[in-house]
Design a protein. Structure first.
Lengths: 184, 99
């Protein structure tokens, strides 16, 4: 028979394993979504650079595509594992975050295209950083690196800003997602 | 008071069962991921999975993904029940010593 300390240590071991498995599964699912968004953003930035007057259409199509694929990944993951990665409350949270972003960038702020791109990149990364407080430091690292590079681009990169963002925002998300997959 | 399950109580086997039990029923973990999660070596992990498998606590499935062999381990219903009993026993020991 074991004593109280040994029993307590065994339970701590069990809790630690449960946390590790939980984080690993979150990283596995999130990394697919993050890589997909990275690819969508790279294509959108390049399209916006190529057709600057079509920015509104490019970003509407890109965001809708990303949303539809994200939901599809959620539904497939749910069907395969029985885990619900996007419960209704999470979905509503994303809708509210998105709506607030639109309100700030379109209604309150009269941003130019450079400002609006920087705003959405930083705004998205803010929620990555917040997610990192719950789900693991990888989100925080991705958020800090991407935000820093976005601000460098905003202040110091001239006409090639959209291409810079394709690399640091889109490419950064792809690299971050691959890193999360490796460490999951 | 009931006895602790000796098969599960060994530290690495406890970690393996805790990891597998954290998954939804029927889901499994690949050997490589289980190795990473538990921090075990290949040989050590293989030996302890074998012990758990012989006890009927885990199911081992070997398949080829492309040309690579992949081993997936999942907790059986008996394994989940034994793990739940073991955790209840640990909690009972802590509660009893606090009285």
């Amino acid at each position: 028979m074991i004593d109280r300390e040994q029993a307590s240590a065994a339970l701590d071991d069990i809790n630690e394993m449960v946390q590790r498995v939980r984080q690993s599964r979150i990283y596995q699912i999130s990394s697919v979504v993050i890589i997909m968004w990275g690819v969508v953003l790279v294509l959108a930035y390049i399209a916006n650079y190529t057709w600057p007057r079509q920015g509104y259409t490019v970003w509407t199509v890109a965001n809708l595509t990303g949303l539809v694929i994200s939901v599809a990944i959620g539904v497939i993951t749910n069907a395969r594992s029985g885990i619900q990665p996007f419960p209704i409350r999470s979905l509503l949270t994303f809708v509210l975050i998105g709506a607030f972003g639109v309100f700030c960038s379109v209604v309150l702020g009269h941003f130019g295209s450079r400002q609006i791109i920087t705003f959405w990149a930083l705004y998205g990364m803010l929620f990555y950083a917040i997610a990192g407080l719950w789900f693991g430091y990888a989100f925080i690292v991705i958020a800090l690196c991407t935000s820093a590079l976005t601000l460098i681009g905003y202040y110091y990169i001239g006409a090639a800003f959209l291409l810079w963002m394709a690399v640091v925002h889109g490419g950064g998300l792809v690299l971050g997602g691959l890193w999360m997959r490796r460490s999951s | 008071m009931a006895e602790l399950d000796d098969i599960i109580h060994q530290p690495l086997r406890l970690r393996i069962m805790a990891a597998l039990n954290a998954l939804p029923p029927g889901a499994g973990l690949e050997f490589a991921r289980l190795k990473k999660l538990t921090g075990a070596t290949d040989g050590n992990l293989g030996a302890h999975i074998e012990t758990l498998s012989k006890a009927g606590y885990v199911a081992v499935e070997k398949a080829f993904v492309g040309k690579k062999p992949q081993t997936t381990v999942s907790a059986t219903a008996a394994g989940r029940a034994a793990f739940a009993r073991h955790v209840a026993m640990l909690q009972e020991i802590i509660a009893a010593s606090g009285r």
